[in-house]
Design a protein around this ligand. Structure first.
Ligand code: PLP
Length: 401
C-alpha cells in the first residue's frame, strides 16, 4: 500500500488543461484557441529566423562553455533587458538605480519579485486586476503575499472600468502593491489610454502604491517595442520605484527556453545594490542559478544592430497577422448577421480577444464544433488563420443565436 494512497487527483490547469482536452479530440476540424502561443497561417509553431541565426552563432563559437551562470544570470542579458524596456537613455539605468536578475521567464520573474516583496516590503497586500491571468493569484499567494482585486473590466462595454479601477486603488491601503499589465492585458485585451495611465500613475504615486509591472507582450500589442513600453517608461520617468517582470516567451517565441528578467528600479544605487543582494538570497535556495541558452540567444539578438532590426521586423509581422485575424473574424460575423455588437474584437489589443461568450456557449462550441478555449470566452487570435476563421464564425454564430 502506497504512503501516497490518500493523495487526491488535482484539477487540470484551467489554461493548459484546454490543450490536454484538445489533444484527445480526434476530429479533423478541431481548433485550439486556448493556448497563448503564436501560430503561423498554416497553424504551425514559429521559430523566428533571427533566433535560428543567433543559435547558429552560439554553436559556432567554440569558446562558449557550459559553466554555471551567476545566481543573477547572464550580466549582458540583464543590462540589455533593462534597456529594452526602460529605453537607451533612461536616467535610472545611467544612475545605476536598477537591479536586473535573469529569471525563469515571466512566471519565474513574478515569483522571485513577489518573494522579495513578501520578505522586505512593509505592505504585503497585492492588488491584481479583475479579471487577470489565472496564474497571478496562485503565484502571489504562494510567495507569501495577500491577494486582493481591483475592478478592471466592464462586461457591459467590453472595455475598461476606469472609474471602478480608480475607486479601488484610491481605497487601497498606502504602500500596497499593484500588479499592472504593461500592455495587452490578458485575458481582456483592454488597456488604459495614455491619459488614463497618467492618471493611474499620479494616483499611485500620491498614495505610495508600489507598481509591479507584468510585461509578457512587449511589441506584440502594437508591433512596436517602444510604443508598448510607454506606460512603464512613464512610471520610471517620475523617479519613483517599481518592479518589472519581463518575458521573452511571446515576443521572441522562446516559450520553452524559459527566459525572462526581474528588474527593480530603486531610488539610489546604494539601495539597488542591497536589493540585489537580497534577490540572490531568494534565488539561491529556489533553483541556484538560471539556464544559459535562452539568455545567450536574447543577448546575441539585442546587442547586434542587424539582428535587433531583423527581430523588430519579424515581431511586427506576428503582431500584424494577429491584428488581421481580428479584422477577418469581425467581418465574418458581420457577414453572417450574428446578433450582437462585435466591435470589441477589433478594438481589443494583443494576443487575445475576450469574446463575451459565456461558459455555456463555450461548452457548446467545444462539443459541436471542436473549438477549444478557456471557459471565460477568451480566444487566442494567434491560433487563428484565414482558413479557420469561417469555422470559428459559424460556431460563434450558432452559439449566440
Ligand atoms: N503574465 C501574463 C499576463 C501572461 O499572459 C503570461 C503568459 O501567458 C505570463 C505572465 C508568463 O508567461 P511565461 O512564464 O511563459 O513567460
Amino acid at each position: 500500500n502506497s504512503v501516497f494512497s490518500h493523495v487526491v487527483r488535482g484539477p487540470e490547469d484551467p489554461i493548459l488543461g484546454v490543450t490536454v482536452a484538445y489533444n484527445k479530440d480526434p476530429s479533423p476540424v478541431k481548433l485550439n484557441l486556448g493556448v497563448g502561443a503564436y501560430r503561423t497561417e498554416e497553424g504551425k509553431p514559429l521559430v523566428l529566423n533571427v533566433v535560428r541565426k543567433a543559435e547558429q552563432l552560439l554553436v559556432n563559437d567554440r569558446s562558449r562553455v557550459k559553466e554555471y551562470l551567476p545566481i543573477t544570470g547572464l550580466a549582458e542579458f540583464n543590462k540589455l533587458s533593462a534597456k529594452l524596456m526602460f529605453g537607451a537613455n533612461c536616467p535610472a539605468i545611467q544612475e545605476n538605480r536598477v537591479t536586473t536578475v535573469q529569471c525563469l521567464s515571466g512566471t519565474g520573474s513574478l515569483r522571485v519579485g513577489a518573494e522579495f516583496l513578501a520578505k522586505h516590503h512593509h505592505q504585503r497586500t497585492i492588488y491584481i486586476p479583475q479579471p487577470t491571468w489565472g496564474n497571478h493569484p496562485k503565484i502571489f499567494t504562494l510567495a507569501g503575499l495577500s491577494v486582493k482585486t481591483y475592478r478592471y473590466y466592464d462586461p457591459a462595454t467590453r472595455g475598461l472600468n476606469f472609474q471602478g479601477l480608480v475607486e479601488d486603488l484610491n481605497s487601497a491601503p498606502s504602500g500596497a502593491i499593484v500588479l499592472l499589465h504593461a500592455c495587452a492585458h490578458n485575458p481582456t485585451g483592454v488597456d488604459p489610454t495614455f491619459q488614463q495611465w497618467e492618471q493611474i500613475r499620479k494616483l499611485m504615486r500620491s498614495k505610495g502604491l508600489m507598481p509591479f509591472f507584468d510585461s509578457a507582450y512587449q511589441g506584440f500589442a502594437s508591433g512596436s517595442l517602444d510604443a508598448d513600453a510607454q506606460p512603464v517608461r512613464m512610471f520610471v520617468a517620475d523617479g519613483g520605484e517599481l518592479l518589472l517582470a519581463q518575458s521573452y516567451a511571446k515576443n521572441m517565441g522562446l516559450y520553452g527556453e524559459r527566459i525572462g528578467a526581474l528588474s527593480i528600479v530603486c531610488k539610489t544605487a546604494d539601495v539597488a545594490g542591497r536589493v540585489e543582494s537580497q534577490l540572490k538570497l531568494v534565488i539561491r535556495p529556489m533553483y541556484s542559478n538560471p539556464p544559459i541558452h535562452g539568455a545567450s540567444i536574447v543577448a546575441a539578438i539585442l546587442k547586434d544592430r542587424d539582428l535587433y532590426n531583423e527581430w523588430t521586423i519579424e515581431l511586427k509581422a506576428m503582431a500584424d497577422r494577429i491584428i488581421s485575424m481580428r479584422q477577418k473574424l469581425f467581418e465574418a460575423l458581420h457577414a453572417r448577421g450574428t446578433p450582437g455588437d462585435w466591435s470589441h474584437i477589433v478594438k481589443q489589443i494583443g494576443m487575445f480577444t475576450f469574446t463575451g461568450l459565456n461558459t455555456k456557449q463555450v461548452a457548446f462550441m467545444t462539443k459541436e464544433y471542436h473549438i477549444y478555449m478557456t471557459s471565460d470566452g477568451r480566444i487566442s487570435m494567434a491560433g487563428l488563420s484565414s482558413k479557420t476563421v469561417p469555422h470559428l464564425a459559424d460556431a460563434m454564430h450558432a452559439a449566440v443565436k
